[in-house]
Design a protein around this ligand. Structure first.
Ligand code: GUN
Length: 293
């Protein structure tokens, strides 16, 4: 078993991003600038957004957090998105999900200017991704691809089984792994709650991407010897033994699956750290106008 070490890769890539951000500042007189909108006080979202902002500062980006009370109207939120769309000083805009029930996430996602959509959730970016055109790639799948690239994991011709079909992880991941690219060129099976024989399918996988949001869902008996195991789960449970008061669990039973795997991501210290890298790289690419003019 070898560890796909998110801490090591993310620190390495952050150094590269910081060097490029310094160049942007030198040539344009401006730091790359990410704006995040956070609605309400969801514990997980608070943590993720704080980490995004902190990491922006670490690599020399400007970051702005705009907070709204849970009760903000959809119209007010959409108006703010429009205002930021028009602001030439902003390179990237994200609206943290989930949103309160009275706000339609599809409306918000489509309202974000696709040239600033560093989450890569806008239909234009997703459509361009499908067609293998330059675009912003959703941060978590992007981070996973960077990790596979860093460790030179062979993906071509392999059977990749993705567990979970969310818009944020599972669906885009399945497209990226099937694309004619490196990493990529997999035969992909996208599994979900209605999948029959899910365990049998997972057992046939050379590469498993677990993104279902259920603690220890993938057990050792579901994993073929030598499989590559990517654990996207961030399941938070209250704990009295940690400083934060929470403990994180992946979707994979790490202790028992790790000995069977060739490569595996830990939780924490794996995919979560790489998600931030995906976001930073998209924001940098936006500031450098590498994808859209
Ligand atoms: N909620 C969970 N993951 C994400 C993400 O990558 N971006 C946003 N905006 N919200 C999320």
């Amino acid at each position: 078993m070898n560890l796909l070490d998110g801490k090591y890769v993310s620190e390495k890539l952050k150094q590269e991003i910081a060097a490029e951000a310094a160049e942007v500042l030198e040539t344009t007189g401006r730091k790359p600038h990410l704006v995040a909108i956070l609605v309400g006080n969801d514990g997980g979202s608070e943590t993720y957004v704080a980490s995004k902002m902190k990491n922006c500062e670490k690599v020399g980006f400007k970051s702005t957090l705009i907070r709204y009370d849970e009760s903000v109207s959809e119209a007010e939120l959409l108006a703010k998105v429009e205002e930021i769309n028009q602001d030439a000083e902003v390179d990237g805009l994200i609206v943290q999900l989930p949103l309160p029930k009275h706000i339609d996430p599809e409306k918000v996602t489509e309202k974000i200017e696709y040239r600033k959509d560093v989450d890569g959730f806008h239909p234009i970016n997703l459509g361009r991704m499908m067609r293998n055109l330059p675009c912003f790639i959703p941060a978590t799948p992007y981070g996973i691809m960077l990790m596979l690239e860093e460790y030179k994991i062979e993906t071509s011709g392999k059977h990749c089984v993705v567990i979970g079909r969310s818009n944020i992880v599972g669906s885009p991941m399945s497209i990226l792994m099937a694309r004619n690219a490196t990493p990529g060129n997999c035969t992909v099976t996208l599994t979900h709650s209605r999948t029959q024989n899910l365990e049998k399918l997972v057992r046939s996988a050379d590469i498993i991407v677990a993104a279902i949001g259920k603690k220890n869902f993938v057990t050792a008996d579901m994993v073929k010897d030598g499989a590559v195991v990517i654990d996207v789960g961030i399941n938070r449970e209250v704990s009295e033994t940690t400083k934060s008061g929470y403990k994180l669990y992946g979707d994979v039973d790490f202790e028992n699956v790790a000995p069977k795997s060739s490569w595996i991501t830990p939780v924490p210290g794996g995919v979560g750290l790489m998600t931030i890298i995906g976001l930073l790289k998209n924001t940098l690419a936006s500031a450098k106008k590498e994808i859209y003019q």
